[in-house]
Design a binder for this molecule. Sequence first.
Ligand SMILES: NC(=O)c1ccc[n+]([C@@H]2O[C@H](COP(=O)([O-])OP(=O)(O)OC[C@H]3O[C@@H](n4cnc5c(N)ncnc54)[C@H](OP(=O)(O)O)[C@@H]3O)[C@@H](O)[C@H]2O)c1
Length: 269
Amino acid sequence: MKYKVGFLGGGNIAKAIIGGFINSGLYKTEHIIASARSEKTIRELQSRFGIAATLDNALIVQQSEIVIIAVKPYMIDAVITPLRTLFTDNHIVISVAAGVSTQTLKQYFDDPVKLYRVMPNTPAQVGAGMSVIFTDVSEDEPSCQTVKKLFESVGLVEVLNESLVHACIAVQGSSPAYMFMMLEAMGDAGVKLGLPRDKAYLMAAQTMLGSAQMLLETKMHPGALKDMVTSPGGTTIEAVAKLEESGFRHGVIKAMVACADVSETMSKK
Ligand SMILES: NC(=O)c1ccc[n+]([C@@H]2O[C@H](COP(=O)([O-])OP(=O)(O)OC[C@H]3O[C@@H](n4cnc5c(N)ncnc54)[C@H](OP(=O)(O)O)[C@@H]3O)[C@@H](O)[C@H]2O)c1
């Protein structure tokens, strides 16, 4: 095989993972190939990452040890059906498509193909991804170890039962969007209060990063960490009260439950 890893689809998530693989040093550019539907994306993949890129999906399967399916869920049938006979027992196939179950994916592959469903997220691009491998295969299985190693190169990895997939999509797959909305809102507030936008984003982003790191390292309850910032009658409790008045936590929970519901509905189609 000419390539270690090949991507079917070279969009947002593929680019995030490719960037992460290269930055982490796991793979060199010459180890990676990706396909796309348009010449524009092919040119972008070549110039941005220096990897091989093609319009020919068959080439991805024929020349890659690991094939990552990174097209939109509704495209899977059209993309995989013509490639079915090209997959061999030696391939490891990873699907990152939201809402497409392992059971559905299995219809496209003969049993010996090692098939994994993984939910990554876009912070993989900067080595701070959170990926979940959904499998009932033992973590000690060499192919599972390979998949784990792949995604550990771009962040943290959990191995969970697929019954938890919809919750995971709400908590890690889709959640960078809500984080960015929070950062954008904090930036706007900073600007309204007179800060230059770049300084406001820097302060907000570093504070989000540091707070997340504090939670991970101290393993303290987030409420306790919040209490450490709120002094009686002070500025922070004023902001906390206003957030509660606006239904902040309720809004977050409602949005994430809706996200998981859509994921579940998609998986039943
Ligand atoms: N974005 C995320 O944060 C995220 C997180 C976890 C999982 N996912 C999953 O990742 C998958 C891709 O999402 P995305 O956000 O990366 O979508 P996207 O940006 O729209 O990328 C889709 C890619 O598929 C390519 N494509 C379309 N038809 C094709 C074909 N027939 N053959 C080969 N390539 C084809 C497109 O090519 P062109 O660029 O030329 O149109 C594009 O590069 C989805 O299944 C999604 O559920 C995404």
